[in-house]
Design a protein around this ligand. Structure first.
Ligand code: GLC
Ligand code: CA
Length: 592
């Protein structure tokens, strides 16, 4: 579309940092803010322009900092507000930007606001959270107000003995939902969570669960999908509620004052029109959102992990990517491209092949795929070195994530003594647990991977793949590493931004079950790219695409015939001209 503005965040690539697992500067086993500062030059060397720091606020860490007890303080093991000021300054000094995680659908139950709210029914902050009386069945048994299932299992309602009412928590019991209906509460949130950090110079926010603030306050029951369990998936009811637009308008009014960027996490929103109404330029709600289409592929509902590994087809992957890319078709909206974050298992283990034979190549293939899509690109720490899931033989005790642990205990409880059911639950976690993203960053082949000193016990066990070549130190020296491939890929993305970042996406050869191919076209129609990715362990033929001659077309990047050891763009060569793709091979053809 003509005349769609080009703010700074459209062409940017964002690098996501998980503070606990990034770099431990003082050898207490926990990553920290000075540790991030030490690695800013490394981050910049990737070719990214923005860092997103996951919650570093004070928190009891029931959900790794997504349970915040004070928005204006820093979790002491990570550092202090003073260290955050240094991080902001050092990021800006490198001409990069920094965004923080904004978690305001809920607070920790240790937040002073909730402590007051729960203290008595007539406390002035009682209405800052969502309290409801019990209901009773015909036998006089106490029941919660409705049947919604918490996103981390169990009921969304927690009984509070002290004041004899339930409070709502869509996530953990320790994460009570704030009552957004209360205008005084909203103002307090904006001031404490947003303005205090914008005033310190942050450049925007990744906004956690952005579509859950407004709930249907009569709390209707969710349709019963599984009669064998008491609690049902209510996400289509509690996401995108009636007052969302109003709240986002209020937030946006603050963000624009600071020229700040916003990217909202937008689960359970299959309706394209609803997404467009958040991210179109005219709507002025959010700059962009993370849709869940791609990361949900192969996951189950209501619990993501309750499935068998690799339970999807390539058609599912294609369909998911088409949906998020199509947001740009003939609209003034913007989208995102990502396949990893702190809530997702490693993409090579889910969509590539993480065996020693294919992990490097399939990791590079996924780099080509996701960095050729339109929208702002997000890369999660470790993705750029091809990190993979934790080894399958690690015992369940190595899993630390509350969501994973709750899932496993629920399965053990529901199937007592049924070893096969427990093994299935473990297989689901081995494939999809959030923990796979949270093992420490692998900086070197040493014991503890250079994340923390070798004599220290890190908060989470380091993946043994650090000793198998997946680490920054060795990959930096190796021109054929995933790390150096990502660096080249980001250069190619920049050099061809009109096509790769802003172009229109069109799936070709749709029914091919092994090769994922698409054409990108610049908005002026002058430049096209053909991207082909072989999602299999065997050779496959290139698709025939009308009007594209893959024999003479120029390949700008190929993950197999990639002898590039420097920064000059690759030229068409014999290997690229082959009409067959090797296992996990991917190519970008550029057609002027
Ligand atoms: C988002 C976060 C996730 C967290 C949840 C509750 O989905 O990405 O890590 O557990 O919100 O805040
Ligand atoms: Ca530390």
């Amino acid at each position: 579309m003509a005349n769609v503005p080009r703010p700074w965040w459209k062409d940017a690539t964002v690098y996501q940092i998980y503070p606990a697992s990034f770099n431990d500067s003082n050898n207490d086993g926990i990553g920290d803010i000075p540790g991030i500062v030490q690695k800013l030059d490394y981050i910049q060397s990737l070719g990214v322009e923005v860092i997103w720091v996951c919650p570093m606020y004070d928190s009891p860490q029931v959900d790794m900092g997504y349970d915040i007890s004070n928005y204006e303080a820093v979790y002491p093991p990570y550092g202090t507000v003073g260290y955050m000021e240094i991080l902001i300054k050092e990021t800006h000094r490198r001409n990069m930007k920094i965004i923080l995680d904004l978690v305001i659908n809920h607070t920790s139950d240790q937040h002073a606001w909730f402590q007051e709210s729960r203290s008595s029914k007539d406390n002035p902050k009682r209405d800052w959270y969502i309290w409801r009386p019990a209901v009773y069945d015909s036998n006089g048994n106490r029941k919660p107000p409705n049947n919604w299932r918490s996103l981390f299992g169990g009921s969304v309602w927690q009984w509070d003995e002290h004041t004899q009412e339930y409070y709502l928590h869509l996530f953990c019991t320790e994460q009570p939902d704030v009552n957004w209906e209360n205008q005084e509460t909203r103002q307090a949130i904006y001031k404490s969570a947003m303005i205090s950090w914008l005033d310190r110079g942050v450049d925007g926010f990744r906004i956690d669960t952005v579509n859950m603030y407004s709930k249907p306050m009569d709390f209707p029951d969710a349709p019963v999908q599984d009669p064998n369990v008491p609690w049902q998936d209510g996400s289509l009811l509690f996401c995108n509620g009636p007052n969302m637009d109003k709240y986002l308008d209020e937030m946006n009014a603050i963000l624009v004052r600071y020229n700040a960027m916003s990217v909202g996490e937008c689960p359970a929103t299959p309706d394209r029109a609803r997404v467009l109404a958040y991210v179109s330029e005219a709507a002025k709600k959010l700059n962009m959102v993370f849709q869940f289409d791609s990361v949900d592929v192969g996951q189950s509902r209501p619990s993501k992990y309750d499935t068998a590994p690799f339970n999807y087809t390539l058609a599912d992957v294609k369909g998911a990517i088409c949906r998020t890319q199509s947001l740009l078709d003939g609209t003034d909206a913007w989208t995102t491209s990502f396949i990893e974050n702190h809530d997702q298992a490693r993409s090579i283990s889910r969509f590539g092949n993480d065996s020693p034979l294919w992990r490097t190549r399939s990791g590079k293939m996924l780099a080509i795929l996701f960095a050729s899509l339109s929208g702002t690109l997000f890369v999660y720490q470790g993705q750029e070195i091809g990190m993979i899931n934790m080894p399958k033989d690690w015992p369940i005790e190595e899993y630390k994530d509350v969501d994973s642990i709750n899932f496993y205990s629920e399965m053990v409880q529901r199937h007592p003594g049924d070893e096969a059911a427990h093994a299935k639950a473990r297989a689901g976690l081995q494939h999809l647990s959030r923990d796979h993203a949270r093992t420490p960053m692998q900086w070197s082949p040493q014991f503890n991977a250079g994340f923390t000193d070798k004599d220290v016990e890190p908060w989470m066990r380091v993946n043994t793949s650090a000793q198998e070549g997946i680490n920054v130190e060795e990959e930096h020296e190796d021109p054929s590493s995933v790390l150096n491939f990502w660096r080249r890929m980001l250069k190619v993305r920049k050099a061809h931004a009109e096509v790769l970042v802003h172009g229109n996406f069109q799936l070709v050869d749709e029914d091919n079950e092994k090769v994922f191919s698409f054409v990108k076209t610049s908005l002026d129609g002058k430049t096209k790219a053909l991207v082909v990715c072989n999602f299999s362990d065997v050779e496959n033929r290139l698709p025939g695409v009308d009007g594209i001659d893959t024999v003479s077309a120029k390949v700008v990047l190929d993950n197999v015939f990639d002898q590039q050891q420097n920064d000059t763009p690759v030229e068409t060569g014999a290997g690229y001209a082959s009409q067959y793709l090797q296992p996990w091979e991917a190519r970008i053809y550029m057609l002027a």
